[in-house]
Design a protein. Sequence first.
Length: 95
Amino acid sequence: MMNLIADATQLADHYDAHVAQQIKQRVTELAAAENLAQLQQLPYALQSTTSGFLLACTKEVQLQFTCLNQNDTPTTLPVAAVKIILVEVRTDAQA
């Protein structure tokens, strides 16, 4: 679990600390829940009660991960980073 969180944090390191914390928190929630059914629904849709989180696919089936930065401005993270995070979560939950 600690490695998973560290990986997610490293991916977010070049964003501001507030965004990094949101990513870290969401990854922790998914891994702790070990909800494989929810994870297997990705990339179709993922929403959190945590303010500012939205992960969904467009008609072109491209992932978009949006969270609020410290100025409450929506920030879209690169698709590659999201895919890496999701793969790490899924692998951890199945292990």
